[in-house]
Design a protein around this ligand. Structure first.
Ligand code: SF4
Ligand code: SF4
Length: 364
């Protein structure tokens, strides 16, 4: 059977790939399945109750999903292009991880929609998965030759490292497969020793219960030790990506000013509607922006400025109880928990009074 060369097809149809996008092609059926692997992580509760591809592993981890599909095209989008922000932050400011600085899935969706238009014109059948709970997006990455899974669990490519997002398009056409390669992390373990919480201690397994990125997207109450470990992170954590050698090269550019840092006070006093609109590409549990305010309170308590104590005294009474709980921890973090008696005299919530007493007992 004659296979179609995808690159020639794109050239003939004047479809030009942006330099950030790379393609891999796999012939189907592949015989692959990641369902057992996802199920095992779920059984060990290393997914920390995350839903996404863990909701239905038997389908999300299945590689050969469609009987009609003869090829899978794997798209990668390099969202950093060796431009990195400075790690420095001023007091009162919080950090957004690189993957969430903007909606980097948008450009990936734009290019896959161009493929969809072309395939529709040519009467090809296709199905696309991008950031979709029904498809484990790493399924074909390694056998397509695009790279390998690192010990950080991220998908790595030479010269790009982990700074990439993935998409998959199934097609009924027989495209020429790309050549698989033999990459590996070798003896490197820099992501494991860089992770502030030990979430990567087991090779190639992420323990989400310890992952700071996970906690910033979780609806659960964040434990005290994790709050401290969060530092001034407002959304996401980059440590295991920054430390990864294949993601670094001598041409890397680090900007002096981090334009993506957020003024944490401003977040806490914003309306929930404004926050949901401003960060519309973030995963926010139940689309409840109080979770972003929670993150901001923790980050501000870990990276306060000279006004933070006064700010907390002023806003405490106007916040809902679930955020007051974090402000109390903030008073404790600032070393001020024993100075807020008059504020707590006016507090009616039994639970908040208990939390206050607990935090006070932690100072002695
Ligand atoms: S995102 Fe941060 S906390 Fe999570 S595994 Fe990576 S380094 Fe560890
Ligand atoms: S830091 Fe090293 S061990 Fe970790 S994913 Fe990158 S190359 Fe692999």
């Amino acid at each position: 059977m004659k296979h179609i060369n995808l690159n020639n097809l794109l050239t003939e149809n004047l479809l030009i790939l942006p330099k950030e996008v790379r393609l891999g092609v796999v012939s189907l059926p592949s015989g692959l399945s990641f369902s057992d692997k996802i199920e095992k992580i779920k059984k060990q509760n290393k997914h920390a109750n995350m839903k996404f591809t863990f909701s239905n592993p038997s389908y999300s981890g299945k590689a050969d999903k469609f009987e009609w599909a003869n090829s899978a095209i794997i798209f990668t989008y390099d969202y950093k292009q060796n431009k990195h922000n400075s790690n420095l932050s001023s007091n009162g400011f919080g950090k957004i991880a690189a993957f969430a600085e903007q909606d980097y899935y948008e450009p990936l969706k734009k290019i896959t929609s161009e493929f969809e238009n072309l395939f529709s014109r040519l009467n090809y059948k296709f199905h696309t998965f991008i950031d979709n709970p029904n498809h484990y997006d790493r399924t074909f990455f390694e056998i397509s030759g695009l790279g390998w899974q690192g010990k950080s669990t991220m998908m790595l490519s030479p010269g790009i490292g982990p700074w990439q997002l993935l998409g998959t398009m199934y097609s009924d056409q027989h495209f020429e497969p790309t050549e698989s390669k033999n990459y590996s992390c070798g003896e490197c373990n820099l992501c494991q020793i860089s992770c502030p919480t030990g979430a990567l201690d087991e090779d190639y397994i992420l323990d989400s219960n310890k992952c700071l990125s996970y906690w910033l997207q979780s609806p659960e109450t964040i434990p005290y030790d994790i709050r401290t470990a969060l530092g001034n992170r407002f959304y996401g954590c980059d440590e295991c990506l920054i430390s990864c050698p294949p993601g670094q090269n001598k041409n890397i550019t680090i900007s002096k000013i981090n334009s993506h840092d957020v003024d944490l006070e401003k977040i806490i006093i914003s309306t929930n509607e404004d926050l949901l609109e401003k960060y519309n590409w973030f995963y926010i549990p139940k689309r409840n922006a109080n979770y972003l305010k929670r993150n901001a309170i923790i980050a501000l308590s870990n990276n306060p400025n000279h006004k933070t104590y006064k700010f907390y005294l002023e806003i405490y009474k106007i916040l809902p109880d679930e955020l007051k709980n974090y402000i109390l921890w903030g008073f404790w973090k600032l070393g001020k928990i024993n100075e807020i008696n008059s504020l707590m005299d006016k507090e009616n919530s039994h639970d908040l009074k208990l939390e206050y007493e607990k935090l006070k007992s932690m100072t002695s």
